[in-house]
Design a protein around this ligand. Structure first.
Ligand SMILES: C=CC1=C(C)c2cc3[nH]c(cc4nc(cc5[nH]c(cc1n2)c(C)c5CCC(=O)O)C(CCC(=O)O)=C4C)c(C)c3C=C
Ligand SMILES: [Fe+2]
Length: 427
């Protein structure tokens, strides 16, 4: 593990985003100081980290990366990047800088000392100044093409490529667009404030200048927790509760079984990491809006308002897949999304999806909206892949959706203070 403290850091001093405003004399007692001007006050300020003072910080350091089992925040900003440098050293330096910047931003700080030199661009882009940490998490992943692209071992990492980290197969009905597919690296930022998530990604991408460029970028949202004080299961844009059946993130054994890569699964560098599948799924919402409630409920196999399995009363009641109605027909149809996704129930995935909307489809004049489907798992070949193969063949939901984007990333293991994200892969 590399000791970053021994190296010259680009982030010499931590400045809390709220501290910047305080130091600038904006609001409260500080307003009295405001008249003396930003530069002068900053020179006197002793701005420190907000860590420990705020209850909306998700720790960045740990055995696993945050943003996987973290309770989903209100907003998502996810980008895939193409690496443009040929130098492994550049890549390592980038991950070191990303680690340090991420630790700062997730604890509510700006990246780098607040600049007072008017002749230089500010180190931090500034749009999160004054904003709380907002439970920001930043999760990094690497795609198959980081290892080998067009047959070329780009960074001498070929022998470290896990057998599970290969392009996803083409599934029936896939209508993928190149511009929404794949990528060498991934940054998933989630926060209860979109501006905080955007700020994080923007500053990380800015640091990658000359080393990597954006391949695709996508925002996502759920109802905000402000709008839903009860914090019940959020609804997707088809109006159904989405996320009811998921592994218990408080159960170590459930996570070991389904989410975290274990020793012996593949190369050791990924132990404590997880595979992330991202699918950009467009919904034909106008078609959906013209279908009857019965049809909609048969599509998922659940009641719309309660979220209960068909034939049951409450959202978390267990489904009866054998039950038949008075005519002898299955209550939960053979093609119901829930039934097909579950299969024999032996392999689960951790779903952490967000809705998206992106203006309109200029060809049809309808809204371009859908689901940024994201799931985490220990082994895609026995989890997401067979599940999606079943869904693509038999799911009634296919009448209303189309998969437009797809990517698979290995989310790196977590990191302790003094180390950097990716160290197990690169060192
Ligand atoms: C391959 C995996 C899955 C894709 C792709 C997928 C797309 C997708 N799902 C919904 C809405 C719902 N999904 C629900 C349940 C559910 N979905 C998957 C997997 C994929 N979904 C699983 C494993 C499950 C749980 C199955 C079970 O064991 O019961 C539900 C029901 C409520 C819930 O449990 O969350 C909804 C609603 C959409 C709209 C969508 C693509 C746009
Ligand atoms: Fe689903």
């Amino acid at each position: 593990m590399t000791d970053l403290s021994k190296e010259t850091s680009i982030f010499e001093k931590k400045v809390s985003r709220r501290g910047v405003l305080k130091a600038a004399g904006i609001g409260g007692v500080g307003a009295v100081l405001g008249a003396s001007g930003l530069g002068g006050v900053l020179a006197l300020s002793d701005a420190t980290v907000t860590k420990g003072q705020s209850n909306d910080i998700v720790p960045f350091y740990g055995a696993n990366q945050a943003g996987i089992t973290t309770s989903p925040q209100d907003n998502l900003y996810i980008v895939s990047l193409e690496v443009t440098t040929d130098s492994k050293q550049d890549l390592i330096q980038l991950f070191k800088e990303w680690t340090e910047a991420s630790a700062l931003m997730t604890s509510g700080n700006t990246v780098g000392d607040t600049s007072t030199n008017g002749n230089l661009p500010p180190k931090d882009t500034g749009e999160a100044v004054g904003l709380s940490p907002s439970n920001l998490t930043i999760t990094f992943g690497v795609g198959p093409s980081l290892f080998v692209k067009d047959g070329k071992d780009r960074f001498g990492l070929r022998s470290k490529q896990p057998a599970e980290l290969v392009d996803l197969p083409k599934f029936p009905l896939d209508a993928l667009k190149k511009e929404w597919t794949g990528g060498d690296l991934c940054i998933q930022a989630c926060a209860d404030d979109l501006q905080v998530a955007f700020h994080a990604v923007r500053n990380l991408v800015r640091m990658a200048r000359g080393k990597a460029v954006i391949h695709w970028a996508q925002t996502g949202f759920q109802r905000t927790k402000n709008a839903d004080a009860q914090k019940v299961t959020p609804r997707n844009l088809l109006g159904f509760k989405d996320g009811t059946v998921n592994p218990d993130v408080t159960s170590k054994s459930a996570l070991q079984k389904s989410v975290w890569v274990q020793k012996g699964d593949g190369p050791d560098w990924l132990v404590g990491g997880s595979y992330m599948v991202v699918r950009r799924i467009q919904m034909y919402i106008e078609v959906w809006d013209r279908s009857t409630l019965n049809d909609q409920e048969a599509t998922f196999g659940r009641h719309r308002d309660s979220g209960a399995p068909l034939g049951k009363q409450n959202e978390f009641d267990s489904a009866d897949f054998e039950a038949v109605d008075e005519t002898g027909r299955l209550v939960i149809p053979e093609t119901a999304h829930m039934r097909v996704a579950r299969g024999d129930g032996k392999h689960s995935i951790l779903r952490r999806s967000y809705s998206y909307t992106d203006g309109m489809d200029t060809k049809t004049g309808s809204l371009d909206a859908g689901l940024v489907f994201i799931c985490f798992q220990r082994r895609p070949s026995t989890q997401f892949i067979p599940m999606q193969q079943r869904l693509a063949k038999n799911d009634k939901l296919n009448e209303y959706i189309v998969h437009r984007g797809s990517a698979l990333f290995a989310c790196l293991p977590g990191v302790q203070k003094g180390g950097y994200i990716g160290e197990t892969l690169f060192d």
